[in-house]
Design a protein around this ligand. Sequence first.
Ligand code: ATP
Length: 344
Amino acid sequence: MHIQVSKLDKHFGQFHAVKDVSFQIEKGHLIGLLGPSGGGKTSILRMLAGLETPDRGEISFHGRVVNDLPPQERGIGFVFQNYALFKHMTVFDNIAFGLRVKKASKSAIQSKVMELVELTGLKGFEQRYPHQLSGGQRQRVAFARALAPEPQLLLLDEPFAAIDAKIRQELRSWLRELIERVGITSIFVTHDQDEAIEVADEIMIIQQGRVEQKGTPWDIYKEPRTPFVASFIGESTMVEEASLLKGFDGFNHLGPTRALIRPEYIELGEHTDFPILSATEQGIVRHLHFRGSEWLVEVEVRGQKLVTYRSLEKETLRPGQEIRVLIHRAYLFNEENSWIEENR
Ligand code: ATP
């Protein structure tokens, strides 16, 4: 295993910021740390980097414990949201910086910088200064600078947070390709679920200092282990007490206290649209929100609001309309908020 973290713990004074965190990362994988603000993502990253000392726990890179190594000896590259470029240096000199610190030869520096300029799409910009670049270009220089000393781990802390939505979207796919080409193990902190789903091989959901769940974006979406995870990845409606489900097929015997329903688990239609004996419920269309390629429909069933999608061409609904609702699947949780089962 390339990166191994076991039982990491960190207090800031009385505050328990990171609680017994363990995980492993395979070489070349990109892991997204996703979770609400203050959950401990940055603290975990800073301990990996050696910028913060854990109270307990062990961090090892490629079988070697690095707890006692200073940051500069850990072989780590950083790209942080506010990790500014050197303003008085050209793009070339910014990228060359780490190599000069390592006393690389002039020719080695020249060839490495040119390779990275090519890789990050910055050819022709070598002699520009940071203020002569766009935000997206500056972040690409930051990536090139971080990659130049050939780190064994790349830490990315909300690298695109300060960049506007359209460019951020482009940078995500760009980053995904870059990481694949370079083959570097990376950890990416974000609180944007779309960013994590699109970019990461695996996601760790971090909340209140703990890892709530780790898995591929697909696994986490399909099998959320807690209501928190389910509500954090993808859209869903949480049905408290789950009494709403009592009338539906297959949900009777379980006695769940909460159920979580994804939009795609809900079907709307007339009686005749469903097979005979389908356990549909009467609902009322409350709101329709236009989403470009589809409509988001809010429908109320026995006082409970549910959310689903309808593709554009089908859309004939209007607010106030009565409609039959079929829920064919839900995630069910018990009092302890642990996952009971997924029903269909
Ligand atoms: P964000 O997404 O806002 O960056 P995060 O998940 O990265 O949040 P951390 O920055 O790791 O969270 O912070 C976790 C908690 O630890 C927060 O409540 C924060 O206030 C606290 N904390 C972090 N660093 C320190 C510090 N040096 N001294 C005291 N408290 C700290």
